[in-house]
Design a protein around this ligand. Structure first.
Ligand code: PEP
Length: 252
């Protein structure tokens, strides 16, 4: 089955609202494509101007996080309803930076995935191993555990609509990319796990991205792998190079 590729930029804590609109204006023509889903996941304060700036283009706006409660005394948090009302379509959940710096756990990731699905947002569910885990040969076990918990109580029909991002932590923001074979091995293992938890149709439908120092030079080779359906891109999504990454995802 051929899955539509999806390439998402993760802006992290970069770009003021004014800068965000300028960057979108620059990138708009470079990422125009009928063949790929293009998503800009932007800081919360940039969401409203970003949604306005992408009107009439192929770009969807995503958030970088949400909270799993609907409303109430959770100072500083943002709910799924707030994101939806602002025009957000996607939300990154469980990025390794949130796990490392903000005490995100597999359990909170699961709660957030369930809330995003309940409200109709598409979660981009992140997983990834440390360099130590890779060197110890436990990468696949680790990823399976993260994904099993993330998808607890998610139905097959809902899982099929989710996006998973495999992001080896040692490759994020380091300039060290996993080889296309390393990335494919783990993305295939994730798809096999989805087949185990659900069924063939769900496993074949779910889109699995690779993330970790994707750039204009390596995107085409990575995205050509059978189980890699696009990328989650940090640093390079803030540059004109993001256009080359989108072009790389349409080559095969
Ligand atoms: C990320 O933040 O999800 C990421 C993959 O970053 P980078 O592309 O900069 O490695």
């Amino acid at each position: 089955m051929s899955r539509r590729k999806i390439v998402a930029g993760n802006w992290k804590m970069n770009m003021t609202p004014t800068e965000a609109v300028k960057l979108i204006d620059t990138l708009k023509p470079l990422v125009a494509s009928d063949d790929v889903d293009v998503v800009f996941c932007v800081p919360a304060i940039d969401i409203i101007p970003a949604v306005e700036a992408v009107k009439g283009t192929n770009i969807a706006i995503g958030a970088e996080n949400l909270y799993f409660e609907d409303k109430g005394a959770f100072t500083g948090e943002i709910s799924a309803d707030m994101l939806l009302d602002a025009g957000v379509k996607y939300v990154i959940i469980g990025h390794s930076e949130r796990r490392e710096y903000f005490a995100e756990t597999d359990e909170t990731v699961n709660k957030k995935v369930l809330k995003a699905i309940e409200k109709g947002l598409t979660p981009i569910v992140c997983c990834g191993e440390t360099l130590t885990q890779r060197e110890q040969g436990i990468t696949i076990d680790w990823i399976r555990q993260q994904m099993k918990i993330a998808f607890l109580n998610v139905s097959a029909a809902d899982a099929a609509k989710c996006v998973i991002a495999y992001e080896p932590i040692w490759a994020i923001g380091t300039g060290k990319t996993a080889t296309s074979d390393q990335a494919e091995e783990v993305c295939k293992a994730i798809r096999d796990l989805m087949r185990e938890i659900y069924d063939d149709a769900t496993a074949e439908a779910i889109r699995i991205q690779y993330g970790g120092s994707v750039n204009g030079g390596n995107a085409a080779e990575l995205f050509a792998k059978p189980d890699i359906d696009g990328g989650l891109v940090g640093g390079a999504s803030l540059k004109e190079e993001f256009g080359d990454i989108i072009a790389g995802s349409t080559c095969c």
